[in-house]
Design a protein around this ligand. Structure first.
Ligand SMILES: [Zn+2]
Ligand SMILES: [Zn+2]
Length: 172
């Protein structure tokens, strides 16, 4: 399965390349591109946030053998939730991950590494949903649900054996 990481809006230099390089099995490379979509109409002025369900409609559906994942710094929400780290069309091989809420509080030497690990973990999570995986009860599996940035640190940026087996069957 190839992954196309699509920068949506301004994106830190080399971030998408670093995430792509860190993706685990069953992903095997891919490419980085940008998504020239304007998403002002997805912006909710009252909440000062971007509606995730509106934004995902701008992510194109991929060709066979590919998953499309947009990377954005927009602060995403869904109606019942204060914020979300990402959104996917279950089984549709397209989704979005946002780093807005993932930046660590402390500015120390390990911050950049933890930040990259969080984005990668949530990218792996959304890619899993895009391939049809639901949430997983294994605490350190990337498919475990995280509601807080610190919760993302408890996961690994890869799938547990059961999720990986399920994914590999779906990728066949
Ligand atoms: Zn999820
Ligand atoms: Zn799992």
């Amino acid at each position: 399965m190839n992954v196309r990481l699509l920068g949506l809006g301004e994106i830190p230099p080399a971030l998408a390349e670093a995430v792509l390089a860190a993706l685990p099995r069953p992903f095997a490379g891919g490419e980085v591109a940008s998504l020239p979509a304007s998403f002002e109409h997805c912006y909710d002025r009252t909440r000062a946030q971007v509606d995730a369900a509106c934004l995902i409609e701008h992510v194109p559906g991929p060709e066979p053998g590919w998953s499309n994942l947009a990377l954005t710094g927009a602060d995403l929400f869904m109606p019942a939730l204060t914020y979300v780290f990402g959104i996917s069309h279950l089984g549709g091989r397209r989704g979005i991950v946002s780093w807005f809420r993932l930046h660590p509080e402390a500015e120390d030497a390990a911050t950049q590494m933890r930040f990259l690990r969080r984005i990668t973990t949530e990218a792996v999570h959304e890619l899993g949903h895009g391939l049809g995986l639901v949430h997983c009860v294994v605490p350190d599996c990337a498919m475990h649900r995280s509601l807080w940035p610190e919760g993302v640190d408890l996961k690994r940026p890869e799938y547990c054996p059961a999720c990986l087996t399920s994914l590999e069957e779906r990728c066949r």
